[in-house]
Design a protein around this ligand. Structure first.
Ligand SMILES: [Zn+2]
Length: 434
């Protein structure tokens, strides 16, 4: 296995250190290390972080390989600095059986770019009618611990209660896509001043907040673990803050796009801004940033949602919802959280690696950057400036809201258990299916 000597990298943004990577682990850390390696990297000015962990990725395989595959999605993840992603269950077929989650898990293993941890569906076919085989998915080779009907809300309270009770047996967690379906029928964007002016169907904040309020109470009642996907409103933050103050086992994530973009962008009628949950107001964005900074929101999760051009380059009303996000996440977090002084790089490591790994109970990911730990690392250049160019994406889809936008920072290198998946900003071809 290739050995690496990384010279003068700023450990979590701190003082420059050398790191020696041997046999998949961090063999040594120090200044002016007396060591040799096959490849030496001058990391002057680069920050070293633990490999990022995404709790919320749509890899689209099986079924929508025209949008993304496990291979293209994990290549995009590596380019974004990720060493593990959770693959959402809303594929075709739905990942609601041991067979499908094992298939996704194996494809991830074969890709070699990034660990893929399949998320299992809560209900059969995401239909909300019958609990899926949660135990069988957990016991499969994929070892599923996170369950979600994401894309749809588990809106039946009894179904949600049963799922929360069931996953307790194996320390699992239910990740809820909080969207009260009746309150969002025909909804096209955030309900507020802009939706009123544009005459588009409104998606009220209460549709999200009502489900979160119900579910934190349910989780407390049955003593189970609940995770809230893509929190998008100031009111949702207040409920999560209240639940945590009660000592309940509730965690939450926010997407990069909800940290940066607002519903004002919908005035363009460009479907690239159509997303679920919708872009909210500037006040919501400020509340989300503050909550991520103070830890009320535990993690940044991309909700990477690739769509082929034909599903996005159309009228607003019929366009698919979602944005790609793996390759821009860290840059958006730098811009919104680090450059604003809200979070330091240690905080970024916590919200994008340590905590998401803990929520997903991923062993070997989200570990400290210290000697003896698996060498899951990202080298990031925070001084880089450049316009986002979707044509350079490794993702099969191009539906980014940041096209042409100057975002700070760039992933210089990513290591998965000591194996470079990205070097000098470029993917390193892996053996597997590449
Ligand atoms: Zn969702």
């Amino acid at each position: 296995m290739t050995t690496y000597l990384i010279r003068n990298a700023q450990l979590l943004g701190g003082a420059p250190q050398d790191l020696h990577l041997v046999d998949g682990v961090i063999a040594a850390i120090g200044t002016a290390l007396d060591a040799t390696a096959d490849i030496e990297i001058d990391a002057t000015g680069l920050i070293v972080l633990p490999g990022l962990v995404d709790l919320h990725t749509h890899l689209r395989e099986p079924g929508r390989e025209d949008a993304e595959t496990v291979l293209t999605g994990t290549r995009a993840a590596a380019k974004g600095g990720f060493t593990a992603v959770h693959a959402m269950a809303n594929t075709f077929p739905v990942a609601d059986t041991a067979g499908v989650v094992e298939q996704v898990w194996r494809l991830g293993q074969e890709s070699g770019y990034c660990d893929v941890q399949p998320v299992g569906a809560v209900t059969v076919g995401l239909e909300g009618k019958k609990l899926a085989e949660l135990g069988a998915m957990h016991e499969s080779a994929a070892g599923v611990r996170v369950f979600s009907d994401d894309g749809k809300c588990v809106d039946d309270a009894v179904m949600m209660r049963r799922a929360l009770e069931y996953v307790k047996a194996f320390d699992g967690v239910v990740a809820q896509h909080a969207q009260e379906p009746r309150l969002t029928e025909g909804a096209q964007m955030n309900e507020g001043q802009v939706s009123g002016e544009l005459g588009l169907g409104g998606w009220p904040a209460v549709a999200e907040e009502a489900i979160i309020a119900r579910d934190v109470l349910l989780a407390a009642h049955v003593g189970s673990r609940l995770h809230i996907c893509h929190v998008s409103t100031a009111g949702s933050v207040e409920i999560v803050r209240w639940a945590k103050a009660k000592g309940w086992d509730v965690t939450a994530e926010v997407t990069p796009h909800h940290l940066l973009l607002t519903d004002e962008l919908v005035r363009s009628y460009d479907p690239v801004y159509k997303v679920n949950p919708p872009l909210r107001t500037a006040e919501d964005v400020q509340a989300l940033r503050k909550a991520l900074a103070d830890g009320t929101i535990d993690a940044v999760a991309t909700d990477h949602a690739p769509h082929p051009a034909e599903d996005k380059d159309c009228e607003w009303a019929v366009a698919a919802m979602g944005m790609v996000g793996l390759e821009t996440a860290l840059s958006v977090v730098q811009q919104t959280m680090v450059d604003t002084g809200l979070l330091n790089w240690e905080g970024v490591a916590d919200r994008m690696s340590h905590r998401p790994a803990r929520i997903g109970r991923l062993a070997g990911q989200g570990r400290p950057v210290s000697v003896g730990e698996p060498a899951n690392l990202v080298l990031f250049d925070p001084a880089y400036r450049g316009a986002v160019n979707p044509d350079s994406f490794a993702s099969r889809s191009r539906n980014t809201p940041y096209k042409g936008l100057d975002l700070p920072g760039r992933v210089h290198a990513t290591f998965l258990r000591g194996n470079a998946t990205v070097l000098a900003g470029e993917l390193v071809e892996q053996g597997g299916l590449a």
